[in-house]
Design a protein around this ligand. Structure first.
Ligand SMILES: [Zn+2]
Length: 243
């Protein structure tokens, strides 16, 4: 069991180190293929909010790399094999397909990226090996980035820092429902462990939460959380007011 424990611990920091080291490299080696990408590289578009406000689709992950200093993390959606039902949580979900030649394994993973300052995105990737799956999921997460509003709005906190969400939001995915509520400073993140990674990368420090449904399905609970956070998105808010 000890060996398996090491496996996840070694892989995760490597993701961060790799991302940090090559951000400049990625941007300088990048040859944009879309008009939006060319505008970003030429410096015509200076902030990610300009793109998100205009509802433009980001088709190149380098765009978000160029405009934001991103950190990434993998969420534990799978489990390593263990006897008697005791598999340890692991970043890779391993599945198998049976063929005449034998079993073919494939790995999927769920990544979250964020700048710890109001931008966050998730993406899932699937491949025959672990590392391509990780790269795919991080790339997709960068394409799915969106803005989260933050504020100080808890009734018993009167600071002016952006440390929690501006109001109570609900999110849903599959059978899982989640309610996120503003909290005063110093509360910390009162949420499931995997959600802490998401909220931290979004730049939210204090929040209360309530969940309903089968919470052990990490995939759904993360999606529900993203659904809830998306409701603080200024763009989404305007849509709801119009309704
Ligand atoms: Zn406050």
């Amino acid at each position: 069991m000890k060996k398996k424990k090491k496996l996840t611990e070694v892989i995760e920091p490597r993701v961060l180190r790799r991302g940090e080291k090559t951000r400049e490299q990625i941007v300088s080696e990048w040859e944009p293929k879309t008009q939006l990408g060319r505008d970003v590289k030429d410096g015509k578009v200076k902030s990610i909010d300009e793109i998100l406000e205009k509802n433009k689709k980001i088709l190149e992950s380098e765009i978000t790399d160029a405009l934001l200093n991103l950190k990434s993390d993998l969420l534990s959606i799978g489990q390593s094999k263990g006897k008697f039902g005791g598999g340890k949580r692991r970043a890779w979900r391993q599945t198998q397909r049976k063929t005449q030649e034998g079993n073919i394994a494939s790995f999927s993973t769920l990544a979250v990226v964020g700048d710890e300052n109001g931008h966050v995105g998730i993406g899932s990737g699937k491949a025959k090996e672990t590392l391509p799956a990780r790269d795919k999921s991080i790339r997709k997460a960068k394409l799915n980035i969106f803005r989260v509003s933050r504020g100080c709005s808890s009734f018993d906190c009167f600071c002016s820092e952006l440390h929690t969400i501006p109001f109570t939001v609900k999110g849903k995915s599959g059978g899982v429902k989640i309610i996120l509520m503003p909290a005063p400073q110093g509360t910390g993140l009162v949420v499931a462990n995997e959600l802490k990674k998401v909220l931290k990368l979004a730049g939210i420090k204090d929040v209360y939460s309530k969940t309903f449904g089968k919470k052990r399905t990490t995939f759904n609970i993360v999606k529900a959380c993203i659904d809830a956070l998306n409701k603080t998105n200024p763009k989404q808010l305007r849509k709801e007011i119009k309704k």
